[in-house]
Design a protein around this ligand. Structure first.
Ligand code: ZN
Length: 383
């Protein structure tokens, strides 16, 4: 048997007045996900263990069968793996955003979704002035900073305090001195950098500085094949997911046109997933767009992103003869513009059925699978 799991990042939400009291999943036109619910079976999945930060790293590790309580060290370490950076045992890798801070307030955690080329140019200049750390430009605003022989730090994800003063959220702990120094250097160097001058002339938000967060040391994961006896692959535009795949020795399937943002090429992802399923037992398709719409606080955009995820689900269901499952990794409520740890609905098509009729948060609670912890999801799917 073959399996395709489609994960819409941050799809789950709350009822919204502007959507007539419905959640984006309820409001969006999703005939294909609804068919999975109607003909298949639903449940709720707890993806964020108590005491852990609600994020895609923790959630996706769990859904792929790895209990974050035993293997999670930090998002930066996972992304280092995706960028094929070999960390020494005492290196601490931090995720390093390019952000916009205006008058001490975090106004944009992505510096206007700055392009990879612009980010690379900013990092190249900064690297000359910060020999105490290693900087690695990544995709868009998502970059990496490695402290060799680091001690770790208490840090805060910049998407959690958009619109607030940054002071209470500055790094603390062993690596704080070195991180704060690099942040200060970035402020100086970026203020009159050609990249920002060009952005200003086009009325785009400047990347005013770097923001390091979620540092961690190299994690070790049991290979996916050893865990489940299946060959698996992952499709995602996001470094984090590619990092998890590489650490789990899964195939990283690269799709041209996958941007990790609202303009991602959904149908290309479907085609590549179907193609990969010819030689793999399990394909995991991750779509970032609904999460980004949630972070923007944009309900209509989130509805559109969900509808396009649904079209991808439809393309896969039409062509694929195996088992299909769909789920979010965590809620990213439009109202609060960040992740929450609540359980999310999942649906599996091709195994059994219950009386759920549409794919929604409410229906998931009535589903035949009940509520499960994330590491139980794949064992249930493969049963
Ligand atoms: Zn997110």
């Amino acid at each position: 048997m073959k399996y395709i799991v489609i994960l819409g990042d941050g799809m789950a939400d709350e009822p919204l007045a502007e959507l007539g009291g419905k959640t984006p999943l309820e409001y969006a036109r999703t005939p294909n996900m609804d068919r999975i619910a109607r003909e298949g079976m639903m449940g709720m999945i707890r993806t964020i263990p108590e005491g852990y930060e609600a994020g895609s790293d923790i959630a996706n590790l769990g859904i792929l069968g790895y209990d974050p309580r035993s293997c999670y060290t930090g998002r930066g370490a996972l992304e280092a793996a995706s960028m094929e950076i070999d960390l020494a045992a005492d290196d601490v890798a931090y995720r390093c955003n390019l952000v916009t801070v205006m008058e001490g307030v975090m106004t944009d955690f992505s510096a206007g979704h700055i392009s990879s080329g612009e980010g690379k140019a900013l990092f190249a200049t900064l690297a000359e002035q910060t020999p105490s750390v290693s900087l690695y430009p990544g995709i868009s605003y998502r970059n990496l900073l490695v402290v060799r022989g680091g001690g770790g730090a208490v840090t805060y994800p910049p998407h959690d305090f958009v619109g607030e003063k940054i002071d209470p959220y500055l790094p603390a702990g062993k690596d704080a001195g070195i991180l704060l120094n690099c942040m200060e250097k970035s402020r100086e160097i970026f203020s009159d950098h050609p990249v920002n001058l060009a952005r200003a002339s086009k009325a785009k938000p400047p990347a005013t500085q770097i923001w390091p967060w979620s540092g961690g040391k190299r994690p070790s994961l049991t290979p996916f094949r050893n865990l489940f006896g299946k060959d698996g692959g992952v499709i995602s535009a996001v470094d984090l997911l590619q990092g998890i795949a590489r650490l789990a020795k899964m195939e990283v399937i690269r799709v041209p046109g996958a941007t990790g943002y609202l303009d991602t090429d959904y149908q290309a992802k479907a085609a590549y997933a179907l193609d990969a399923a010819k030689h793999l037992d399990f394909v995991y398709v991750h779509i970032e767009a609904p999460d980004e719409a949630g972070h923007l606080g944009n309900a209509p955009e989130k509805v559109r992103a969900i509808e396009r995820v649904d079209e991808l689900v439809g393309t896969i269901m039409k062509e694929f003869s195996g088992i299909v499952a769909v789920l979010p990794d965590h809620p990213t409520p439009v109202r609060i513009r960040t992740h929450t740890p609540e359980p999310v609905p999942f649906a599996i098509w091709g195994k059994g059925s219950d009386d759920t009729r549409v794919f929604s948060e409410k229906e998931g609670c009535r589903g035949g699978y009940g509520t499960i912890d994330a590491p139980r999801f794949l064992p249930l799917l493969f049963l």
